[in-house]
Ligand binder design. Sequence first.
Ligand code: NAG
Ligand code: ZN
Ligand code: ZN
Length: 458
Amino acid sequence: MAINNFLLFSLTFQLLLLLRGSSESSRITGDVSRTPKKFLELAKSPDLFDWMVSIRRKIHENPELGFEEYETSKLIRSELDLMGVKYRYPVAITGVVGYIGTGEPPFVALRADMDALPMQEDVEWAHKSKVPGKMHACGHDGHVAMLLGAAKMLQEHRQDLQGTVVLIFQPAEEVFAGAKKMIEEGALKHVEAIFGIHLTNRVPFGKTASLAGSLLAGSGFFEAVVTGKGGHAAIPQHTIDPVIAASSVVLSLQHLVSRETDPLDSKVVTVSMVHGGNAFNVIPDSITLGGTLRAFTGFSQLQQGVKEVITKQATVHRCNASVNLTPHGKEQVPPLVNDMDLYKQFKNMVGDLLGEESFVEASPVMGGEDFSYFAEAIPGHFSFLGMQDETKSYASTHSSLYRVNEDALPYGAAMHASMAVRYLKDKDSKGSNSKKDRTLKPLSDFITTLFIVHWIFL
Ligand SMILES: *[C@@H]1O[C@H](CO)[C@@H](O)[C@H](O)[C@H]1NC(C)=O
Ligand SMILES: [Zn+2]
Ligand SMILES: [Zn+2]
């Protein structure tokens, strides 16, 4: 009798454990719904916060330009090694792609860029750039620190992940080529959605801004050489003056937007560089000019227009012109379009994590971001995380006085981590697992009851 009871007891117990194991996801759903706030608390804890700040400062002191982020990449890999996170390297020269979770689908990616800008820092502080003429003036040092912070939290909670989080540390955002190369080298393999966060001083501290649809414009560059025939400035009839031709080009380019574009469609053509001549009494042989063009739609037509205006205006003035649409390897990027479903998920996540009032509906900006390559390849969502406090002392991006409000780092880390967890959870509840849970849950509950009843009467 006792042996029979014992057998029944252990059999029931084992069955229960088995069912508990396979209905794991239904149990975790409860945990995950509380996760967002937990991630913010964790990210703000002195240990994690100080660690993120120290990483950000190390990178800030040693800024590296696009595709040269060797030390930054090394730092990232050594931190991932310490966490026990597996990664792929090199991807696009210096890029790193880390993996946290089951190693199984679904795969959701979080992205940070690593590169600095070729400009001199004018902020005097303890961790000022140690490299003359190079500076992190776009906050990419902060982006790396935030994603590493998220990685640490996700790795500690990896048993809660119902899929795989892919960490994308990307080179060369500022020259618009890094994301493209990462994709070419397989960074998005298996990945079905991607999220990116950019620090900004245009949004109040602790708030985040995004929108569904077109957020940032397609961006491209041009450089043109207008060639004439130089000579004495007082004997113009023996020259072909490229200064007049180039001036005409600059003015005519304005009409592409003012006369040829629907006034309700936003486009920009800016000539930002004009170089040529170096004497008062000499007409130069050539003038070099360059600038940028931006559009949400009809980008290639605008490019074509720029090329045509430059060459034809040069011809009017008997000059020749050559036009380069990818000068100095500066690639063009498509417009950045946020996926509607991901936008909704993101907005809900922000509501849970920071409160609904912390979400700001963004307005489109004519700036460009090469995250758009990712969002073009798969559904993507890009958002801005605010850093501006009541002192209003934070300068704009790409300013030599730019500073990162380091108190924003935990917000970015928590947003990354929460978004990944939520995406995988939503995916899971829509996926086949939910069916399994529905059939197993009542069975599991029944056996629990049986077990308790049995135990009471034993
Ligand atoms: C422009 O190009 C044509 C054809 O190559 C050449 O004949 C002409 O001399 C060039 N004009 C100038 C001003 O360079
Ligand atoms: Zn930038
Ligand atoms: Zn940037």
